[in-house]
Ligand binder design. Structure first.
Ligand code: FE2
Length: 259
């Protein structure tokens, strides 16, 4: 089973890069499932119903998210009825939307789980204890389990990677928009990367116009963020999983420029 997992898609520049590269990669690698983080897909923060539909039109099967999922108010109008868009599972009970979902392909069932970190992030319930609860429920129902851990700190991501080694097929980090070069398969068969990186403006600070962020650091004053324009990058990993064992066979980092 080949699974393409794409980093944070940032605004219209990111959507343009996604539209360009996803069909090429799907064809080249005979991809069975495509997952992308879409929490910044609408204007750089949040996601709208029309932008979500646009992501699906690029053959993205499942959209994960993170702390910015609530930034466009219309999310509350459609997240409850949408099983292909998930938000971090460790929000408190009663939060709208789903924290995990399933995708079926050729008789194989894949569980996709979204979690958010707690280090340097808005307060949220414990991701380590929440994943234990979820795995209790899904492990007998899924052949393959994929986790998107939306978190800031490399230490928290690596710790969760070790905590889940042998219990899930793959855990990828998102949120920092900077791709890390530490992709590997952990000793018990779980593929891991600290951060997938961004799909969005390359000459930017995490997608935002660089001069605005420099001004913010120089003055300490709040600034209104605008998305940068110019060349874009596309960041992802291609994962191969053994469907009999649920263990990862390979994880290959993808980083491409679109000028
Ligand atoms: Fe985020």
């Amino acid at each position: 089973m080949k699974i393409l997992i794409i980093g944070d898609i940032c605004g219209s520049p990111g959507r343009k890069a996604a539209a360009h590269f996803i069909p090429l990669l799907q064809k080249e690698h005979s991809v069975d499932l495509t997952i992308a983080n879409g929490e910044n897909a609408a204007g750089g923060v949040g996601i709208t119903a029309s932008v979500f539909d646009e992501l699906l039109s690029y053959n993205i099967d499942i959209v994960t998210s993170g702390n910015h999922i609530w930034d466009k108010k219309e999310i509350f109008n459609f997240i409850d009825g949408e099983s292909r868009l998930i938000r971090p599972a460790n929000y408190p009970p009663g939060t709208p939307g789903l924290g995990y979902c399933f995708f079926d392909k050729d008789g194989i069932r894949i569980a996709i789980i979204n979690l958010a970190g707690r280090a340097f992030m808005p307060p949220i319930d414990c991701p380590f204890r929440e994943i234990d609860n979820i795995l209790e429920k899904v492990k007998s129902q899924a052949d393959i389990i994929i986790v998107d851990f939306h978190a800031e700190a490399t230490s928290e991501k690596m710790a969760l990677g070790w905590y889940l080694d042998g219990r899930v097929s793959c855990i990828v980090g998102t949120h920092t928009h900077i791709q890390t070069s530490d992709e590997r398969i952990l000793p018990n068969g779980t593929a891991y990367i600290t951060d997938l990186g961004m799909v969005g403006p390359w000459n930017s600070v995490l997608g935002v116009e660089k001069d605005l962020i420099i001004k913010k650091f120089l003055t300490g004053l709040p600034v209104k963020f605008n998305l940068a324009d110019g060349p874009t990058v596309f960041s992802a990993v291609l994962l191969t999983v053994n469907v009999d064992t649920g263990k990862a066979e390979s994880i290959t980092r993808i980083f491409k420029h679109l000028s």
